[in-house]
Design a protein around this ligand. Structure first.
Ligand code: PLP
Length: 402
């Protein structure tokens, strides 16, 4: 057997953590607050059925959907990103600077192709989204964590870590952060864009939850404050349309966009045309606004039930995040309860059987960080099940406190 490339060794640990974290999510006997998938009721199945039928019936659109496409992606879809998704958020984006990717993760991957050599440092939030750490490790980057508080990444610590580690890139999930549900404040958005420019560091703004806001006030992306092209906005259609379609996009400066086209060509030529055509039609036919209202209403109800249930059933002293959007909250339990042990007990106990993701795996620094915390995903669980699951889990936690 030929030797595997060194990069497969670098990412082994994180890949195993991810398998461990998400291994139990699909057991039908479990109420799962574990996965980050959208609700099945949030998938526009009827609309896609209608569009797909039409697309295949109309010869020119059918051929377009099944033929090779252009590297940057379907013009109508890039136009929809610019006018429907970015312009209302205060971002002026020429469609020629938008690349359609195969899911949000491909955008992250392509940016690593552009900027990361083995040994380069990437700064990440503490905690962060482990799938991206896996990508960074695939490129043999060294990840260094930056402190977070309730208002997101702490700019003073970002600057301090930039001075100490000379990173190529800082990776942030500024809106309804995965795993914590927190949102970076307006003031910090502007400061972080400025820090990227001042220190010549790429600010990789991964923002797939931004459009799932159901309370509070909309905040402009970090990219809207970028004056030098150092911020790159990567996002996804996974939470607002369909994750199985594997569609995402990157919006970047002229210089970065042109290199992204080279990397995309070398990777897979272009993103699959059939999902691009269907998704573009979904926007063109004007279906997005009402679909968006419907899914935000659905997630708002689930958020409210989850927060109410945590407050009601979890022990006093539990801290939790109240997210204004997205699919997650983050709870920290009192008395140092170990959530990895709690998860094992929950799954083994036939009267509980509730899954969540234990907090420890989201901290790259290890050392027990996040051991008393948990990511709780409410997006894909119907309200009545949320209440039952939280009550069962709360009872188990209270029992441990004696
Ligand atoms: C923070 C973050 N970035 C990227 C992604 C990946 O999105 P996609 O499914 O479009 O690849 C996710 C998905 O859960 C995510 O939570």
């Amino acid at each position: 057997m030929a030797a595997f490339a060194q990069r497969m060794k670098t990412m082994e640990g994180t890949a195993a953590i991810i398998r461990g974290l998400f291994g139990t999510m699909n057991d039908p006997g479990v109420i799962s607050f574990g996965g980050g998938a959208p609700a099945r009721e949030a998938l526009p199945v009827d609309l896609v059925r209608e569009i797909a039928n039409d697309v295949i019936r109309i010869d020119s659109r059918g051929v377009e959907a099944l033929q090779y496409g252009s590297v940057p992606g379907l013009p109508d879809l890039r136009e929809a990103v610019s006018t429907v998704l970015l312009a209302p958020k205060g971002v002026t984006a020429d469609p020629s600077n938008i690349l359609i990717t195969s899911g949000g993760l491909e955008g992250i991957n392509l940016l690593c192709q552009l900027f990361i050599d083995p040994g380069d440092v990437i700064l990440v939030e503490s905690p962060t989204f482990v799938h991206c750490v896996e990508i960074f490790e695939m490129f043999q980057a060294r990840c260094v964590s930056v402190a977070m508080d309730d208002s997101g990444m702490v700019p003073e610590d970002l600057e301090e870590k930039i001075k100490r580690h000379s990173p190529k890139m800082a990776y942030l999930i500024p809106t309804f952060h995965n795993p914590t549900g927190r949102t970076l404040s307006l003031e910090r958005r502007e400061r972080i864009a400025g820090i990227g420019s001042a220190h010549d560091v790429i600010i990789l703004e991964d923002d797939p939850y931004r459009d799932i806001r159901y309370s509070g006030v909309d905040l402009p992306p970090i990219k809207s404050f970028d004056k030098t092209g150092h911020t790159v906005l990567a996002s996804s259609f996974s939470k607002i349309f369909s994750p199985g379609s594997r569609l995402g996009y990157v919006f970047a400066s002229d210089e970065i966009s042109s290199k992204l086209l080279d990397a995309k060509t070398a990777t897979n030529s272009h993103t699959s045309m059939l999902p691009q055509v269907i998704c573009a039609e979904f926007f063109k036919r004007g279906y997005y606004p009402s679909h968006h209202d419907r899914i935000c209403g659905l997630y708002r109800e689930r958020r409210d039930v989850m927060i109410d249930s945590i407050d009601r059933f979890f022990p006093e002293g539990t801290e939790r995040v109240f997210p204004d959007g997205g699919l997650f909250t983050w709870a920290t339990l009192p008395c140092g309860i170990d959530t990895t042990e709690l998860l094992a007990e929950s799954l083994a106990n036939p009267d509980v059987r509730v899954a969540f993701v234990a907090g420890e795996g989201f901290f790259i620094e290890g050392g027990g960080m996040g051991r008393d915390s948990m990511r709780i995903s409410f997006g894909s669980v119907p309200p009545e099940k949320i209440r039952v699951g939280a009550e069962r889990l709360g009872r188990l936690i209270l029992g441990k406190l004696g």
